[in-house]
Design a protein around this ligand. Structure first.
Ligand SMILES: CC(C)(COP(=O)(O)OP(=O)(O)OC[C@H]1O[C@@H](n2cnc3c(N)ncnc32)[C@H](O)[C@@H]1OP(=O)(O)O)[C@@H](O)C(=O)NCCC(=O)NCCS
Length: 153
């Protein structure tokens, strides 16, 4: 059976929330750790889906969603990797249902995202990789960066 791509719409609010939750759980986080994010993420996402600030694609098989990818253009100061732009493309919530993995769906979604980044004239795209996603991104030519973080909670 074939797979189709369609743009994310505001009606995908619940679906994108689930993809994000399942993505973090697939990366080893417990349901207890992920649950506090659910409501605030939903509240954050709804207006951004409506405005188009959050966009992306859903993969469907026979009308049923089996994966998705989100993207944003984020404000970022000019940097040697994008010296004349105050923006970066950001990819998030990359998720493929377990029964549909290994068929090139995430790779195809990533190509859509990079095509869209080029179409928008962006010079750099970034993402945060799960352990599961990292080998795929490396195969697609993405490289690790020097980002560090410190929790203040
Ligand atoms: C990571 C994930 C998105 C990959 O989806 P997928 O549709 O199975 O990936 P694809 O089939 O498009 O794989 C693309 C390429 O990456 C490789 N790849 C994908 N996952 C891999 C893994 N875990 N380890 C090694 N290689 C992997 C594939 O072999 C393929 O290589 P090829 O083109 O040389 O054959 C999917 O496993 C998933 O949803 N995981 C849980 C959520 C998650 O971690 N998302 C990433 C968020 S950063």
């Amino acid at each position: 059976m074939t797979y189709d791509h369609r743009p994310v719409t505001p009606e995908d609010l619940d679906l994108v929330c689930r993809h994000r939750r399942d993505m973090f759980m697939a990366s080893g986080r417990s349901a207890d750790l992920v649950a506090p994010m659910d409501g605030p993420f939903r509240d954050w996402l709804a207006p951004r889906l409506a405005s188009g600030a959050y966009f992306g694609w859903i993969v469907e098989q026979a009308g049923e969603a089996v994966g998705g990818l989100g993207m944003m253009v984020i404000d970022w100061p000019p940097h040697p990797m994008h010296p004349t732009q105050a923006a970066r493309g950001y990819v998030l919530n990359v998720f493929v249902e377990p029964g549909h993995r290994g068929h090139g769906l995430a790779g195809a979604l990533m190509r859509r995202a990079t095509d869209e980044g080029r179409r928008r004239g962006l010079d750099l795209m970034v993402l945060h990789a799960t352990a599961m996603g990292r080998p795929m991104y490396e195969k697609l030519g993405w490289a690790p960066t020097s980002e560090m973080s410190l929790s203040l909670k």
